[in-house]
Write a protein that binds this ligand. Structure first.
Ligand code: C5P
Length: 227
């Protein structure tokens, strides 16, 4: 049995199930899980609070450099701290969600994030999820999974999550999610694409247990291949 602590990268669009899979997997393996989207969200929140222009790359980088963004992995997902204050719920709200996908297009903002994410995962024993983990943060990850699902299904899942906290209409949630996806997939820098060598898993017709089974089978196959 290979006991080496792996780096597991999970990428994909919103609503594909990345966070649920990453936290379950981390719990099962005794690894930490890192939700990199929460870092972009935390920076976006600070930009909202300080009225920084989302178009201004240099202002956003300066803002990042004087920010203290901390992710605390827990069994329920990541606790997010911005300058020492808990913002876990706040960063999930609509205005910050929208802002995160705008601040994340800038190459120098991404470089700042990627450097920190590499540092957080370098010792292995990590399930890191986002949009560019297999392509940019850890192209050499032991396991790279691209988790996808049909847009209608992803929109529906996102709506169910948000409807517990907000008063948004399903059509609005789906429209916003599509716009955000489009921005993530078409940005020139680090667009959302499957990494070279990634296993693509479509969760459209799968429940979480079935997704977990497939993910665990992929990991077991890699461990056998590398032992
Ligand atoms: O994953 P989550 O929905 O929290 O991510 C919020 C936004 O942050 C995404 O829409 C995307 O624009 C950006 N992001 C990114 N790269 C990552 C993670 C998130 O560009 N690795």
């Amino acid at each position: 049995m290979n006991a080496r602590k792996l780096i597991i990268a999970i990428d994909g669009p919103a609503g594909a199930g990345k966070s649920t899979v990453a936290s379950r997997l981390a719990r099962k393996l005794g690894y930490i899980n890192i939700e990199t989207g929460a870092m972009y969200r935390a920076l976006a929140l600070k930009a909202v609070e300080e009225d920084v222009d989302f178009e201004s790359e240099s202002a956003l980088v300066a803002l990042a450099e004087r920010s203290h963004i901390t992710l605390e992995p827990t069994t329920e997902g990541n606790r997010v701290l911005l300058d020492g204050l808990e913002v876990t719920q706040r960063v999930r709200e609509r205005d910050v969600t929208e802002a995160a996908s705008k601040v994340s297009v800038h190459p120098r903002v991404r470089a700042w994030m990627v450097a920190r994410q590499r540092q957080m995962g370098k010792d292995g024993g990590v399930v890191m999820e986002g949009r560019d983990i297999g392509t940019k943060v850890f192209p050499e990850a032991d396991v790279k999974i691209f988790l996808d699902a049909a847009p209608e299904v992803r929109g529906d899942r996102r709506f169910r999550q948000q409807s517990t906290t907000g008063n948004t209409k399903p059509a609005a949630v789906v429209a916003e999610m599509r716009a955000r996806d489009q921005r993530d997939r078409t940005r020139p820098n680090s667009p959302l694409v499957p990494a070279e060598g990634a296993d693509i898993l479509d969760s459209t017709d799968l429940n979480i247990e079935q997704v977990m089974e497939r993910v665990e089978a992929l990991i077991a196959a890699k461990q056998v291949a590398s032992s």
